[in-house]
Design a protein around this ligand. Structure first.
Ligand code: S3P
Length: 449
């Protein structure tokens, strides 16, 4: 599976139970941030467990283009020599962030308070996604962006030559927007403040502190206020990326829906801002145990043991959405094998992910014989019980890794095989997905069913 290149259809069919140990890759959010903060630091940063998916490789290339030295020493082990806060050089060429919204939005933030210009682009998925949510707050620092209609890529961003710190209330619950503002605040004198209502993933705040920045967090009623003191000297760090809970979701959920399965996924990051899916699965009655809970690299981790389960439909509350925002596609697959309806509320942000994930899941599930209801902000899946989903369809992956992996998991448990029209996008976040699932007993074929 490669992220670029001609479409590669892949079919998943029901085989025996899934069993064994599934080592999933390093966390994508942590990997992007480690490279970017390493590039903004003085001295050497060492990262182990870095996700070598295309999204992160594109961020590594971008950091080189801005003047940092970025080197792969061994699988998952990388070294970054940073240029320091405010030290980015003007890239000689266009920065292509591929499929990655996190990459492009965080990098725009990181350069927005340095007086250089850069032109950003990406693949067809990324070029269709809204960038105004980032360029608007960056303009408050004094940066200027010129892009296509609706703030879409390609766009040219010119960093502020005389940046001012800002106070910004997030209009949407987005860790990417929060992180872009905080990264821009690094090279603004004084205190930059971000206010969020719904807590979103907090890796940027944690890691900024780890690199030596002063970050204060205050709770004010329903608000969380993050204050960053600008112009710190960041110093290179050693970072061990924990394993990605969003990738772990696939072997875990596949084990829950494939009869007789028993799978262990070691060392998964269970930061509370990321663990909403696992809470939901337990509410559905999943046989899911957190073994050996511990702390690694400043993040809570545990070994997840998932066994085939008879599940019941649940209602997921809107306030949990940020903590499981990337997991709704695979949750909607699990919901199809539960008994009763699963109602997912407060999910409008899914419409602006790598694809419109509500529409992508609804159309694919319907093609597989599942009844689905949707509105702008809600997805409802009518469960058909264990082994009850007919399957037998080809589903469009729409340049979206999580849509592709979700339908492949569905095909592992449905009565008839399921094909995704293009499994290439899987390589953006989980290059070893196919081999790993096969090692557990999954059956894939390259030709369409
Ligand atoms: C991410 C934040 C989320 C998530 C994405 C990774 C991050 O996006 O969907 O996969 O690393 O900050 P939003 O901030 O747009 O919700």
């Amino acid at each position: 599976m490669t992220a670029h290149g001609p479409a590669s259809p892949l079919t998943a069919r029901r085989a025996g139970p899934l069993a064994g140990i599934a080592h999933v890759p390093g966390d994508k959010s942590v990997s992007h941030r480690a490279l970017i903060l390493g590039a903004l630091s003085v001295g050497e940063t060492r990262v182990t467990g870095l996700l070598e998916g295309q999204d992160v490789l594109d961020t590594a290339a971008a950091m080189r283009a801005f003047g940092a030295e970025v080197e792969r020493l061994a699988p998952g082990e990388w070294r970054v020599h940073g240029v320091g806060v405010g030290g980015f050089a003007e890239p000689e060429n266009v920065i292509d962030c591929g499929n990655s919204g996190t990459g492009v939005r965080l990098i725009m933030g990181a350069m927005a308070t340095t007086p250089i210009s850069a032109c950003f682009t990406g693949d067809a998925s990324l070029r269709s996604r809204p960038m105004g949510r980032v360029t608007e707050p960056l303009a408050l620092f004094g940066a200027r962006a010129q892009g296509r209609a609706g703030g879409r890529l390609p766009l040219v961003l010119t960093g502020a030559s005389d940046p001012v710190p800002v106070s910004y209330r997030l209009p949407v619950p987005s860790a990417q927007v929060k992180s872009a503002v905080l990264l821009a605040g690094l090279n603004a004198p004084g205190v930059t403040e971000v206010i969020e209502r719904e807590p979103t993933r907090d890796h940027t705040e944690r890691m900024l502190r780890g690199f030596g920045a002063r970050v204060e967090i205050e709770r004010d009623g329903p608000d969380r206020i993050i204050r960053l003191t600008g112009r710190p000297e960041l110093t290179g760090q050693t970072i061990a990326a924990p394993r990605d809970p969003s990738s772990a979701a696939f072997p875990v959920c596949a084990a829950l829906i494939v009869e007789g399965s028993d799978v262990l996924v070691p060392g998964v990051c269970l930061n509370p801002t990321r663990a909403g899916l696992y809470e939901t699965l337990r509410e559905m009655g999943a046989d899911l145990v957190f073994e050996n809970p511990r702390e690694e690299g400043g993040e809570p981790v545990a070994d997840l043991r998932a066994r085939f389960s008879t599940l019941r439909g649940v209602e997921t509350p809107p306030e949990r959405a940020p903590a499981m925002i990337d997991e709704y596609p695979i949750l909607s697959v699990v919901a199809a094998f539960a008994e009763g309806r699963t109602v997912m509320r407060g999910v409008r942000e899914l419409r602006v992910k790598e694809s419109d994930r509500i529409d992508a899941m609804a159309r694919g599930l319907e093609a597989c014989g599942v009844t689905v209801e949707e509105d702008e902000d809600t997805l409802i899946v009518h469960g058909m019980g264990p082994g009850g989903v007919p399957g037998g369809a080809t589903c469009a992956s729409r340049l979206d890794h999580r849509i592709a992996m979700s339908f492949l998991c569905l095909g592992m448990a449905s009565r008839r095989p399921v094909t995704v029209d293009d499994a290439g996008p899987v390589a953006t976040s989980f290059p070893g997905f196919r081999a790993l699932m096969q090692s557990l007993g999954a059956a894939f074929e390259e030709r369409a069913a």
